[in-house]
Design a protein around this ligand. Structure first.
Ligand code: SF4
Ligand code: SF4
Ligand code: FES
Length: 259
């Protein structure tokens, strides 16, 4: 174990932990945007910045999600400088996604006013946090979407802006998107994934063999089976998680019925 100073607290933690992890473990709030606990840190958004104070009193600004704790370190998470730098980041986020609840909540917290939308570029609601791309690539191993360049700037898109054959319609990218610019619609047995109004792909919904609820997609079932996941659903006889639990409970109760 090592020891660090976190604001006024002297805390112990394991070597290799990030400052963000240590802070959260001790109830110290640090806002994040591009961080997700199931993905390696990317250090993209700079919202999680803190100050590191060196023995000579000098301070430098670091991203807490990528900064590893070392013994004797002194970290300040709530100084005027940190507050003002985070407010600057939030102002830029507001320009990109002025209607996103998550960004407006942050702005309220930091007292940031909505900046005048005088930019040439229309806000498209995407803060380019990259969470969707990293989730698709690193959690789902699909690489169906990427950060692409458009005439007006960067956006999230499929290769060549065509519908992506790689997309299995899992919805993981939608779940991690902090602004809701990625969303899905389900109708007539089809799941559609959109970035704004741009259709990324369509996949076939699969009903549960027991209750009939459309709970997954054909492409995701096939991909999960292909990856050899131990809890893969039977692709021939798909059953949703709730019905699978009921089947299991019935199987377990059967031997007891004899007594
Ligand atoms: S829905 Fe498609 S694009 Fe989104 S994470 Fe799943 S495979 Fe990737
Ligand atoms: S679509 Fe959502 S998750 Fe993806 S980069 Fe934009 S804001 Fe982030
Ligand atoms: S959460 Fe640390 S840089 Fe984005």
């Amino acid at each position: 174990m090592i020891s660090i100073q976190l604001n006024d607290l002297q805390v112990e933690c394991e070597q290799g932990r990030t400052i963000l992890e240590v802070a959260r473990a001790h109830g110290v709030e640090i806002p994040t945007l591009c961080h997700h606990p199931s993905l390696p840190p990317a250090g993209l958004c700079r919202l999680c910045i803190v100050e590191q104070e060196w023995p000579d009193g000098e301070r430098s600004v670091k991203s807490s999600c990528t900064l590893q704790a070392t013994d004797g370190m002194k970290i300040l998470t709530d100084t005027d400088r940190v507050h003002s730098l985070r407010a600057g980041v939030i102002e830029l986020l507001l320009l990109r996604a002025p209607h996103a609840t998550s960004i407006r909540d942050l702005a309220n917290l930091y007292g940031v006013e909505q900046p005048a939308l005088t930019q040439l570029q229309e806000p498209d609601g995407c803060v380019l946090c990259g969470l969707c791309v990293r989730t698709c690539e690193q959690s789902m191993a699909r690489e169906a979407i990427t950060c692409a360049q458009r005439s007006t700037g960067r956006s999230v898109a499929t290769a060549f802006h065509d519908r992506s054959e790689n997309c299995v319609g899992c919805g993981s990218c939608v779940n991690v998107c902090p602004t809701g610019v990625l969303h899905l619609e389900q109708q007539d047995g089809v799941r559609r994934i959109f970035w704004n109004d741009q259709l990324l792909n369509e996949t076939e919904l699969v009903p549960c063999e027991d209750c009939g609820d459309e709970f997954t997609t054909r492409q995701l079932l096939d991909w999960t089976a292909q990856r050899g996941k131990p809890n893969a659903v039977d692709t021939e006889h798909p059953v949703c998680p709730a019905c699978a639990r009921q089947r299991q409970a019935r199987r377990m109760a059967r031997p007891l019925a004899r007594y």
